[in-house]
Structure formats: structure tokens, C-alpha cells
Design a protein around this ligand. Structure first.
Ligand code: 13P
Length: 216
């Protein structure tokens, strides 16, 4: 049986990158990747191990029920949201869930990030909505996130953080960085005056770009 070492190493490297980028503290947040060409196999970070200490072999592989296939550590307790999104979104090859500060501020305010900067819509797919609140790790949170993600690649989780998907780890990570940057711009701009949205026809054109860009 394969031990999926290469993909576990990649998930580990990106989890450390997420930590170093300040998107999470300690062991908060989680990263996963779909095992290509195998049904219902997902590589995911383990629960409750600080990213400062995490070793590649502690990253695990789970099946569609969240049960361990490879590895010894318990998977992230957020595995239901990861698995539900992979099942609903064949375009998702990787998922990041982060507790980035400005995304979390908007998640607490339950305020979506509107189309305010040029690069957001082509990569996120439109306004970044806030999924209805449900407790961390619950099936209800998974369901709410899938609903709010419809046709897009990023979502805010009420009172919690953000979540981004992508074709691969690089794209999902970059989108989380972009969403956090847009959240920061929005929060800071709101303090200074009126925020202007992109014109509707531009948003529509950029949504078409999203459909192309997400598969590149
Ligand atoms: P895990 O350590 O189980 O991944 O959970 C952290 C978290 O981000 C909860 O939202």
C-alpha cells in the first residue's frame, strides 16, 4: 500500500508556510489535499500539533468517513468540512482553513468581502460570502460552508476564519493570502470613508475569467 509520502510532504510544507505567513497560531487551522486518481482518499494535517513542531510523517491520510488510512495521529477535527467540500466540488484538489486576522474580523462581523479590488473576483469567483454559523468540526458547519461556497473558491466561516480551495496546494494557499489581503484592505478602507465597489459589468467579466483561471 502506498504511504502517500510525497503528498504528505507537500501538505506539511504548505502547513508550515501557512504558519510562517501568520495565517494561524499554534496548531489552529488545517490543510488538506485530495489524493489524485483514488476515490475518497485525503491527506490532512493532524489535530492539535503546533506547526512549529509538525513533522511530515505526522500528516495523515483519511477515507471518506474521516477514518485513518495511513499515519498514527488523529486527523484535524475539521475533517468533515474538508471531506464535504471535496465531495461537492470536483474542482477542489486542496483546501486551506486559516484563522487569518482580517478574515476573522469580517467573520465576526459576519460581513462578506464585496468585489472591491480587481484581483479578488478572478480568483475567488465573486464576493466572499460568510457561511452561516455552526460549531467547529460539525457536519452543520460543513454543510453551511458547501452552500456558501457555491460557484466560488473562498468563504468566511462565521466567528471563525476563512477557507479556500484550489486545484492544487499552491493555488489554494495563494487564494487564502489574497482573501486575507482583500479583507485587510476592506477593514482599513471602511475606517476611512465610503468603499466603492467594482462596476457590475467588470464583476461579471471577471466571473467569466474565474471559470477559466481556476482550472489553469
Ligand atoms: P485542528 O488542530 O484539529 O486542525 O483544529 C484547529 C482548528 O482550526 C479548528 O478550527
Amino acid at each position: 500500500m502506498s504511504d502517500y509520502l510525497e503528498l504528505r510532504n507537500q501538505v506539511h510544507a504548505y502547513a508550515v508556510k501557512m504558519y510562517q505567513a501568520g495565517m494561524v497560531t499554534g496548531s489552529a487551522g488545517n490543510v488538506s489535499a485530495r489524493v489524485p486518481d483514488e476515490a475518497d482518499r485525503y491527506v490532512i494535517t493532524p489535530t492539535s500539533i503546533s506547526y512549529q513542531e509538525l513533522k511530515p510523517e505526522e500528516v495523515v491520510v483519511v477515507d471518506g468517513e474521516g477514518d485513518l488510512v495511513v499515519g498514527e495521529n488523529a486527523p484535524s477535527f475539521e475533517y468533515p468540512i474538508h471531506i464535504a467540500i471535496y465531495r461537492a466540488r470536483p474542482d477542489a484538489g486542496a483546501i486551506f482553513h486559516t484563522h487569518s486576522v482580517y478574515s476573522s474580523i469580517l467573520a465576526v462581523l459576519r460581513k462578506p468581502i464585496p468585489p472591491i479590488i480587481e484581483e479578488l473576483v478572478p480568483y475567488a469567483g465573486g464576493e466572499v460570502a460568510v457561511a452561516e454559523y455552526a460549531q467547529s468540526g460539525s457536519d452543520a458547519l460543513a454543510e453551511n460552508a458547501v452552500k456558501a461556497l457555491f460557484g466560488k473558491s473562498a468563504v468566511l466561516l462565521a466567528n471563525h476564519g476563512n477557507l479556500c480551495l484550489g486545484k492544487n496546494l499552491r493555488k489554494a494557499f495563494n487564494l487564502c493570502a489574497l482573501v486575507e489581503r482583500a479583507a485587510r484592505i476592506y477593514v482599513e478602507a471602511l475606517k476611512l470613508g465610503q468603499v466603492h465597489l467594482l462596476p457590475e459589468e467588470v464583476v461579471q467579466a471577471e466571473k467569466e475569467m474565474y471559470e477559466v483561471v481556476k482550472d489553469l
